[in-house]
Design a protein around this ligand. Structure first.
Ligand code: CO
Length: 511
């Protein structure tokens, strides 16, 4: 029997509607979700934290508390970006430990911890904190395809994660490019060589995911990830009901009630209707292109919007040829946030900037110096010479260069909000600027309901006395009006946060 992890409350809506599902659309389904018998339900982490504060004006901790209250039975799961937590830069160890502690205390039972470069040093502090908090630590292997990503290399990483006391392993196919045969072989090898339970996370982009999940289950996977059908397919996970239906009666039958799942699907179909304007047809379609060019869908849309902004869309073919070359020069990083942006932006510069590496981004410089972690394969020596001009690379764990930040964050926030609790301090420590503007909206009475009403043009809501001072068209429109394209907006947000990463990185190791 294989377990199922339900992603509709996290990756499902992150992948299809830019993470915009509100807590109030989740809560009515929580008790029924809890009764299904899932192995776990993913409810937190990834982009949900950022989007809650930045766009929904919701407290992510409050969401978790409310969900936990209604789902006491099923283990709740989160996606944690290793040393990056739920943000886009490395945080110092004191922030990582406190964040994991508070998340476990508030209701997370299983932490899926990954690093974009598969560098175990970037997962170490988080994994140890999860263990100390008494929660379940899922050490993650980001799947990608390259000359250095061999079965042996993945197994070696699995062994290292086991040494770091991971309770189980996750194979994370974030680009949706893992063929069933590779998935099965990887599960079998990890089971045999490492011995820990293995769970498999895929995305449906190329159309392979359902097949890959079946093959992984047959090969002995402990669990696979699915999303209830309204939030499944395309950029999201394979549909939960399809997985259950496909395995019914087989030795791996997850034994979940298809009727109960259908009722939940009907509920979430209604939810999706409320977010229809955020749904792009392309994110629902099957795109096997990744099987040839290996560029994940999210990265492709970012490249398209970059080229459009520079009126250079006709250079797309050249950029698509350049991406694998830059990736090779950088030692074949898996293409996932933030490496997909680092590679993509540099590839565009190499094509439009009058020659390869004539201009080099700060991110590429930092990457080459080792500030993101150890690249999977060797860097191109010519690029290293050009970028570092003789300066020594960083060989220590990047977070070793970061001084503690938690006390400073607590002091700063409590100067503004004297009664701030640990959870609020952590929100501030992770996203200080976003949290400040979130607090301002909350203090002005700009609750999600008021904002939604305002965005819908309900004049009465705008006249509520407490909301009045800040409901000028600018403030409301800038925070809630639906973007013309959710993906384009997400691309811009990523670029912005990427820049902040750079600022932050420069603030610490370099001074
Ligand atoms: Co995912």
């Amino acid at each position: 029997m294989v377990g199922l992890t339900e992603t509709v409350l996290r990756d499902g809506h992150q992948s299809l509607i830019a993470t915009r599902m509100r807590t109030r659309d989740m809560l009515p389904a929580a008790e029924r979700l809890d009764a299904i018998g899932y192995r776990s339900i993913e409810v937190w982490g990834g982009a949900t934290f950022d989007v809650c504060l930045r766009f929904l004006h919701e407290d992510p901790w409050e969401r978790l508390r409310e969900l936990k209250r209604r789902m006491p039975r099923t283990p709740l799961q989160m996606l944690l970006r290793g040393q990056n937590l739920v943000g886009y830069r490395h945080y110092p160890d004191d922030v990582v430990r406190a964040f994991v502690d508070e998340a476990a205390r508030t209701g997370i039972d299983i932490f899926r911890v990954f690093d974009a470069l598969n560098d175990p040093r970037n997962m170490e502090t988080a994994l140890r904190a999860v263990k100390r908090a008494g929660a379940r630590a899922q050490g993650t292997i980001c799947y990608t395809s390259s000359p250095v990503h061999t079965l042996d290399a993945f197994v070696a990483l699995g062994k290292r994660l086991a040494e770091l006391e991971a309770d189980e392993l996750c194979v994370k196919d974030m680009a949706g490019m893992m063929p069933p045969g590779d998935g099965a072989a990887l599960v079998r090898a990890l089971r045999k060589e490492v011995g820990l339970p293995v769970v498999v996370h895929t995305h449906s982009a190329s159309g392979l995911s359902t097949l890959t999940c079946l093959a992984a289950a047959d090969a002995g996977a402990e669990a696979v990830d699915g999303a209830l059908s309204p939030f499944a397919g395309g950029a999201s996970q394979p549909p939960t009901e399809t997985l259950v239906g496909a395995m019914r009666g087989s030795p791996v039958d997850p034994k979940l009630d298809l009727g109960a799942l259908a009722e939940l699907a009907a509920y979430f179909r209604g939810v999706l209707d409320r977010y229809r304007s955020l749904l792009e047809i392309r994110s629902l379609q099957t795109d096997p292109g990744i099987l040839t060019h290996q560029i994940p869908g999210g990265m492709l849309s970012n490249l398209l919007s970059q080229l459009r902004e520079q009126s250079a869309i006709e250079r797309l073919a050249e950029v698509l040829d350049e991406v694998p070359r830059v990736r090779a020069d950088l030692g074949y990083p898996p293409l996932v946030t933030p490496t997909s942006q680092i590679v993509g932006i540099q590839a565009v510069l190499n094509v439009l900037g009058g020659g390869r590496y004539r201009q080099v981004t700060n991110e590429v410089r930092d990457y080459v110096r080792g500030l993101y972690g150890a690249p999977p394969g060797p860097l191109d020596p010519g690029l290293v010479a050009r970028v570092t001009s003789g300066a020594a690379a960083i060989t220590v764990r990047p977070a070793d260069l970061l001084p503690p930040e938690l006390d400073k964050a607590a002091a700063e926030l409590r100067a503004l909000v004297p009664a701030a609790d640990t959870a609020e301090v952590l929100s501030y420590a992770v996203f200080p600027l976003v949290y400040r503007s979130y607090r301002r909206s909350v203090d002005l009475g700009l609750t999600p309901d008021v904002l939604t009403a305002a965005a819908l043009g309900v004049v009465g809501a705008l006249r509520q006395p407490r909301a009045a001072p800040a409901t000028g068209p600018g403030s409301v429109a800038s925070s809630t009006s639906g973007p013309a394209s959710a993906w384009a907006l997400e691309g811009r947000v990523r670029l912005q946060t990427q820049r902040r990463w750079v600022d932050a990185a420069h603030g610490h190791p370099r001074r």
